[in-house]
Ligand binder design. Structure first.
Ligand SMILES: Cc1ncc(C[n+]2csc(CCOP(=O)(O)OP(=O)(O)O)c2C)c(N)n1
Ligand SMILES: [Mg+2]
Length: 292
C-alpha cells in the first residue's frame, strides 16, 4: 500500500496449503518449478524470509539480487530452480530436470506447479504426452482457482475433468481440495510413491479459492466477475483456519498455536523491516546474470 515494493505481487492467499502439502510429500533433492504466484512455494521449499522480503523490496540480498522481483523468485539451493511470469513455460523445464535424473539413474523426481490457465497452453499437453512416453518422474501440480485472471474455466475449455483427461494419457491423476495441507500431503505422497515405483508421471489437481485480486494486495469481490462467497464458505476455504482446526482436534493446545502465530509474526516483521533497509544492487550489477 505504501508502494515500497516496485514488483507486481500475485498473492497466494487461499492457496498456501498446496505448496506446503506437496513439498512435504516430495523426497529431499526434488527439482521444483513454479509460476509467478510463488510466494508460498518459495517459503515451502525452504527459502528464507530475509531472502523473500529482500527480493520483493528489490534489494541485493534477494536470491535474484533484487533484479527478478516477486514473479521470478527462485532458490536453487533449496531445489526451487525457477519460477516464471510467462504462463506454462516452466512445465517443460520440469521434464528436462526429470530427464536428467532418469539419464543419471538417480531415481530423483521433479515437480511443476502451474495454474489452471496454463492447461490452455499447448505445451502443457505436449509435456504430459512426452513425460508419459519417456516414463519421466514428473509431478504435475495444478493449482486450480477456476480463474485465468477474470475468466472462469467454463468459458475457456470444452472438457470438464482435468484428472480424467490426464488418465486418458495413462497418467495417474488424483483430485483433492487444495485447502487442507495434511490431505494435500497424503494425496501427493500416494502419487509420488506410484511415480517412483512405476517410472511414469503423475498429476495432482487441487481446487482452491483465490481470496484476493489476480495481482495486488486487495480484495476485489466487487469487480463483478465472480460472486463473493458467503463468510461460512470463505472460512471453509481458508487453509490456515483449516490447519489450525485440525491441530486443535488432534490435541494441540490453543496456547501453543498462539505462541507459533506470535513467533511467525515477529519473524516476518523482523525480516521485512531489516530488508527494507538493505542496499540496492549497484550499477556494476546491471550486466551480471544476463543471458540474452
Ligand atoms: C504466455 C502468457 N500468456 C498470457 C499471459 C498473461 N497472463 C498472466 S496471468 C494469466 C492467467 C493465468 O491463469 P492461471 O494459470 O490459472 O494462474 P493463476 O493466476 O490463476 O494462478 C495470463 C493469461 C502470460 N503471462 N503469459
Ligand atoms: Mg487460475
Amino acid at each position: 500500500m505504501k508502494d515500497e515494493m516496485k514488483t507486481p505481487v500475485h498473492m497466494g492467499i487461499g492457496g498456501e496449503a498446496i505448496p506446503v502439502g506437496v513439498m512435504a510429500a516430495l523426497p529431499p533433492g526434488s527439482k521444483v518449478f513454479g509460476t509467478y504466484r510463488n510466494h508460498s512455494l518459495f517459503l515451502a521449499c525452504g527459502g528464507s524470509l530475509e531472502q523473500f522480503f529482500a527480493e520483493l523490496y528489490g534489494r541485493l540480498p534477494g536470491p535474484g539480487k533484487g533484479k527478478s522481483g516477486s514473479m521470478h523468485l527462485a532458490s536453487p539451493e533449496h531445489g526451487l530452480l525457477l519460477t516464471s511470469a510467462v504462463v506454462g513455460t516452466t512445465i517443460p523445464l520440469a521434464l528436462g530436470a526429470a530427464f536428467a535424473e532418469q539419464y543419471r539413474g538417480s531415481g530423483g523426481v521433479s515437480a511443476t506447479f502451474f495454474g489452471d490457465g496454463a492447461t490452455e497452453e499447448g505445451v502443457f499437453w505436449e509435456s504430459l504426452n512426452f513425460a508419459r512416453l519417456r516414463g519421466l518422474r514428473v509431478l504435475f501440480v495444478c493449482e486450480d482457482n477456476d480463474l485465468a485472471i477474470h475468466t472462469p474455466a467454463k468459458d475457456r475449455r470444452g472438457y470438464r475433468s482435468l484428472p480424467d483427461a490426464a488418465r486418458a494419457l495413462g497418467i495417474r491423476a488424483e483430485s483433492c481440495e487444495g485447502v487442507d495441507a495434511a490431505e494435500v500431503a497424503r494425496t501427493a505422497r500416494t502419487l509420488v510413491a506410484a511415480m517412483q515405483a512405476e517410472g511414469r508421471p503423475a498429476l495432482i489437481h487441487l481446487p482452491y479459492v483465490r481470496f484476493l485480486e489476480h495481482v495486488g494486495p486487495n480484495e476485489d469481490w466487487k469487480a463483478g466477475y465472480r460472486p463473493r462467497p458467503s463468510d461460512a464458505e470463505l472460512r471453509r476455504w481458508d487453509p490456515i483456519a483449516r490447519f489450525e482446526a485440525r491441530l486443535l482436534s488432534e490435541g494441540v493446545a490453543q496456547a501453543e498455536l498462539d505462541a507459533v502465530r506470535a513467533e511467525v509474526r515477529a519473524a516476518v516483521e523482523k525480516a521485512a523491516s531489516a530488508m527494507l533497509k538493505a542496499p540496492f544492487a549497484g550499477p556494476e550489477e546491471l550486466w551480471t546474470d544476463v543471458y540474452a
